[in-house]
Design a protein around this ligand. Structure first.
Ligand code: AMP
Length: 451
């Protein structure tokens, strides 16, 4: 019961309004320690309720500082939440807003990829809780838009991902700007020696709590592997989506931004409403794609690993790995997108011969083997280009099951971005929403690292 966790009535009210009745295991384990002021190292994958696990006690601890004063001086930053990606930062701040709606504590979020000036007014007014991506936080520090000398609580969310993305130097710099006397909470989906080292450097005598077994995938997710030749992957995916009906949504993962953009385009071409979310899209394009997916306006959302971090999509029934991730731990993150908060979900990986090596790595990590089922392909092997029959207009395929033409002229054409992706694809991979800084970005850290 939340009521036994010693949280203020106004925080409990917000939880109740969200419809939560019981704390999740990570919440039940973490909240008492955080309230007691302990440093915490929490192993919890996304979907376990980890955001509330740190936000609820954080709000409770900051309550004595709640103030309705309009003076910025009364609202110094007292809690800093660092997140690896824009999406996760936005998501976390939304949760902070939700849970703090009945208390006089302010929050805001800062992340790269948008004009830094737009984030200044909220900071100037004063906020107790700041959610930030590391790079942009340092930009604000350099611009003297904020002070971190009153931070009492530091939270590193998805710390493993921050390390993967090379944020260690930024984290170290940020640490030098914070008071030594503070509480630090580290949340990570996966457990590695690097994370342990980070905890040693950043945390003092931490309590370790673990919601899931290390590096295990959520048990509510049914996982399977389909062996597919590389050239047949698209057809298998399209058939899979059609066989479930276009009303049944799917999150599809690719390894690269280019494949994500191309795949979304191809799916659109065959009548499957789709969009892509990856690091070359502007923040607004990513938000639009995500909103369209959440509103069920598109069937398939194609994402790269980094872009997908922090996506909180309720009731997502299916995740497809169109390509296996390079990093086996990303597999755990990917499939954590389905089967959330106790719901059951399904994860299907389309694996070609070249990827078997990666599959073995994943199996080692999960300590289980997947039966290698061969995908039924309803097409003949691809003919040489000159013999390819033309595919009929895309929408007519939208509801067809089974037999399809052996090949598609479209596959032979150069890649043409979809309207929503046009802006993203017009420019090179880095910092495309900051064209003037492209060269600088190639030479140094981009404003937000994304894949
Ligand atoms: P997170 O792991 O923080 O990304 O949370 C995953 C999802 O679980 C979010 O949609 C939360 O709103 C939801 N959630 C968090 N805590 C609870 C709870 N105690 N009961 C039900 N749902 C929850």
């Amino acid at each position: 019961m939340f009521s036994s966790l010693n949280l203020d009535a106004q925080i409990l009210r917000a939880i109740e309004e969200e419809g939560y009745t019981e704390p999740t295991p990570i919440q039940a384990q973490a909240i008492p320690h955080v309230l007691a002021g302990r440093d915490l190292m929490a192993m919890a994958q996304t979907g376990t309720g980890k955001t509330a696990a740190f936000t609820l006690p954080l709000l409770q601890r900051l309550l004595p500082h709640a103030s309705t004063s309009t003076s910025p001086a009364r609202h110094p930053i007292r809690a800093l939440i660092l997140a690896p990606t824009r999406e996760l930062a936005i998501q976390v701040e939304k949760s902070v807003e939700t849970y703090s709606r009945h208390v006089a504590l302010r929050s805001t979020v800062v992340f790269g990829g948008i004009d830094i000036k737009t984030q200044k007014p909220a900071l100037a007014k004063g906020v107790e809780i700041l959610v930030a991506t590391p790079g942009r936080l340092l930009d604000h520090v350099e611009s003297r838009n904020l002070m971190l000398n009153q931070v009492q609580i530091l939270i590193l969310d998805e710390a493993d991902r921050m390390l993967d993305m090379g944020f260690m130097p930024d984290l170290k710099r940020i640490l030098t700007l914070l008071p030594k006397q503070r509480q630090t909470l580290l949340f990570s989906a996966t457990f590695s020696d690097d994370i342990k080292k980070l905890a040693q450097d950043f945390l003092a005598n931490p309590i370790t709590v673990e919601a899931e077994r290390r590096n295990t995938a959520a048990e509510t997710v049914t996982q399977s592997v389909l062996m597919v030749d590389h050239d047949n992957k698209f057809d298998v995916l399209a058939d899979l989506i059609r066989s479930r009906g276009l009303g049944s949504q799917v999150l599809v993962f690719t390894r690269t931004k280019l494949t994500a953009a191309q795949l979304a385009r191809k799916l659109e071409r065959v009548g499957i409403p789709s969009d892509a979310i990856h690091g070359d899209k502007t923040q607004q394009e990513r938000i639009n794609a995500l909103d369209a997916f959440k509103a069920n306006k598109i069937t398939a959302l194609v994402a790269t690993d980094v872009a997908a971090r922090g996506l909180d999509i309720d009731q997502l029934p299916l995740v497809v790995n169109y390509e296996l991730p390079t990093n086996a731990e990303d597999y755990v993150h990917r499939i954590g997108r389905t089967g959330r908060a106790g719901a059951s979900g399904e994860a299907i990986s389309l694996v070609d011969g070249e990827e078997e090596r990666r599959l073995v790595e994943i199996e080692k990590l999960l300590k289980r083997e997947f039966p290698r089922e061969r995908a039924a392909v309803s097409v003949a092997p691809r003919a040489a280009p000159s013999h390819r029959p033309a595919r009929a207009a895309a929408p007519s395929h939208a509801h067809t099951h089974g037999k399809k033409p052996a090949a598609d002229d479209w596959f032979m054409k150069p890649y043409v971005p979809s309207p929503s992706a046009t802006k993203a694809e017009e420019q090179p991979a880095f910092c495309q929403d900051k064209p003037k800084k492209q060269l600088a970005a190639l030479l140094c850290r981009p404003p937000e690292k994304s894949q």
